[in-house]
Design a protein around this ligand. Structure first.
Ligand code: ADP
Length: 315
């Protein structure tokens, strides 16, 4: 898959602080890319550089294979974390004005905006003043303005902050829709649940340096501990005896001949087929799943160096 955006060894210094140190990252096209890191890591600085609000001190940036240039801004939709609309202006009027700034105007803009307003249940508010809308509704208007001109690259800085769970879901669905229609999405977040749900790729920035990057499934697999959860019904033999010394079995629940357990391979982490064969001798397998660490655990491990309890946080 081609990369839509590439950063190569980007460094950015503020007066007395290096906010980004030699950061490289590649964002594959038509993917959702999570930019993760603790507060102050440098995420917003990188996002501002991509949007050409500030420039890097060193390093190269590429958009669709070309060096990043001012014209690319028209193909980028950016929803900053700190967002504001003109409070006294009417909602629809303001949306049309902001659409015009993005080169969508006239009937086309009105039609597109009305469709989005309808989808986000904002249509009755079209002629009201912005100040009459709740914070969440204002954020929805800003989301619409960010995406309505179908930019190739969408950048959302903490898009879910300030939204209730229903609107978070609405936004997540729309982000997935936009990806399915061909957009590439970069979003920064502290919410690891949304990373698990949405992201194909991530980069983790800590203290101005990128410390982890890749496909979410590959990263999770690389932290595999060879632990599986299994549920077995109609057990006819003793599971510990049947599995032998190659496996540690932690029986979590046993009622009659129904067992729920966690099994850790002592041999290698890729022995799921052997394990399933052995479990078949024990009884009827109801469920079997490898327990991979959550992105939350992986984030904490990489940033603090400490792994949360190996088994307790597995999903
Ligand atoms: P994040 O988005 O990951 O929380 P930022 O990119 O906002 O991090 O900030 C990275 C670091 O750079 C922080 O220590 C922050 O205080 C500092 N910083 C950000 N903007 C400026 C600025 N305009 N001048 C000086 N320091 C800044």
């Amino acid at each position: 898959m081609k990369d839509l955006f590439i950063a190569e060894e980007v460094t950015k210094d503020y007066s007395n602080h290096r906010a980004l140190n030699n950061v490289s990252m590649s964002v594959p096209e038509k993917s959702i890319f999570g930019l993760l890191g603790p507060n102050g890591a440098g995420k917003t600085t990188l996002i501002r550089i991509i949007n050409q609000i500030i420039g890097p001190d060193n390093g190269k940036l590429y958009f669709e294979g070309e060096r990043l240039k001012p014209e690319h801004v028209h193909q980028i939709g950016y929803l900053p974390e700190e967002r504001g609309l003109y409070k006294k202006m009417k909602v629809g009027e303001q949306a049309l004005y902001l659409a015009k700034l993005k080169n969508v105007s006239g009937l086309d803009a009105k039609k597109k905006l009305k469709e989005w307003f309808e989808k986000f249940e904002l249509l009755p508010w079209w002629d009201r003043k912005v100040e009459e809308l709740s914070k969440g509704m204002q954020q929805k208007v800003q989301f619409i303005i960010t995406v309505m001109h179908n930019p190739k690259l969408l950048i959302f800085d903490e898009p879910f902050s300030g939204f209730d769970p229903i609107n978070v879901n609405l936004l997540k669905d729309e982000i997935l829709n936009l990806k399915n229609k061909g957009a590439t999405v970069i979003f920064s977040t502290h919410n690891m649940g949304s990373v698990e749900e949405l992201c194909d790729y991530i980069a983790l920035i800590n203290k101005s340096e990128k410390i982890l990057e890749g496909k979410v499934t590959d990263i999770k697999k690389s932290y595999s501990t060879g632990t599986f959860s299994a549920e077995i019904a109609e057990a006819k033999t003793d599971i510990v005896a049947e599995l032998g010394n190659d496996y540690i079995v932690k029986v979590e629940d046993k009622l009659d001949n129904h067992i729920k357990c966690k099994i850790k391979s002592q041999v290698n982490s890729d022995s799921s087929n052997d394990l399933i064969k052995k479990l078949t001798n024990v009884g009827k397998i109801i469920s079997f799943q490898e327990l991979l660490p959550s992105m939350n655990d992986i984030f904490i491990k990489n940033v603090t160096g400490k792994y949360p309890d190996e088994l307790s946080n597995n999903n």
